[in-house]
Design a protein around this ligand. Sequence first.
Ligand SMILES: [Ca+2]
Ligand SMILES: [Ca+2]
Length: 189
Amino acid sequence: MKAILLATAIIAGLAASAAALDENFDNNNAKWSLGKADERKQSLSIEAYNDSMGQVARLSFTPSTFHYLELSAEKPFTLAATEAEFKGVLSLKICSLTPDAITAVSVRVRDASGETFQLMNRLKLRQGEWTTVEIPLDKTTKFNPTWGGNNDKKFDYPLVVQTITMDFDKGFSGQGEAFIDAIKWTPAK
Ligand SMILES: [Ca+2]
Ligand SMILES: [Ca+2]
């Protein structure tokens, strides 16, 4: 009985911190969009993929028109409320039929002052293969570039994440496509 009560309390606690980043695109809870999508000739749709992955985000883009995309959630997700909490792995799954078009994914962390810290993770994808990208983050991570807010290159807690970006090879001709699923922040234990 105690164990059940404890489990219930833990589940209730998780539900209360609804802003943890764990996006599977399966329940349409969060709204995601692409920055300046029309001007950059990019599009986003949420589509059924298969039984095990459910729905995924499908991205199409035109690298010769614009060299990156910004995938943003309508509301930010909490990453770390305090310095002690800022240690974990941001992960996502990605698959592309045009892997040569994609050179990197980056995460943008934002602090309480509005300062943004970007970290790029270079990619070498294989055509049609799902790859899990894992980006470890903590207070010692060397983000570059940083901009905005109080611009002091120091983390003012709490930290949030709202935007993932993807970089393209400008020399790629035609339209690129990628699927993304399971964008998740896993705090270190
Ligand atoms: Ca999914
Ligand atoms: Ca700062």
